[in-house]
Design a protein around this ligand. Sequence first.
Ligand code: HEM
Length: 169
Amino acid sequence: MIDWLIASIPLFKIVHIAALVVWCGGLLTLPLMLARHNPNGLADDYRIVRKATHITYTLCVTPAAVIAVIAGTWLIFLREAFVPWLFAKLVFVALLVVAHAWIGHIVVKIAEEPDDHRPPRPIFPLFAVLIPVIAVLTLVLAKPAFDGITFPDWLLEPRGGQLPFEVPS
Ligand code: HEM
């Protein structure tokens, strides 16, 4: 691989880790901020919670998630990390994205239905975030070999199949 691309790996890692600190930290903070929402409270208090959660979600947490995923995707190719722990990690990253979307849904519901909508107890979204984060960190730091898992040949070798239509050579 080109030398300067290899030299850029630490840079991608810094960006990846910095972005995921903001992403995961934000996802852990938002449920606690949302728990401050009280439908019977003062309009001013409501405005503060609504604005703070909206800005945190749209301007910090979501852009950080996008940056973390883009930098992580580059790292797959730069580190040539086509290995089982990476695929297992991506399963838990997908769960983290689901938790991200759920918290976004709560932020929107509180903005649109301030009188009717009560946020869930923070423990539920906190666990929805913490479980995948701990699993991802365990996988990426321990990098287990998963030697016990064997894949069938048809998953490991090109099958030489033809596409059902003509492709330009
Ligand atoms: C689509 C999302 C993601 C992709 C594609 C991705 C991919 C990668 C890749 C390929 C590496 C380099 C591994 C190596 O150098 O051996 C890496 C490093 C790392 N990732 Fe991710 N990652 C993603 C999301 C996350 C998340 C959500 C977390 C934590 C919650 C995380 C934590 C880390 C850490 C701590 C490292 C540094 C590990 C080391 O250098 O040994 N990643 N990531």
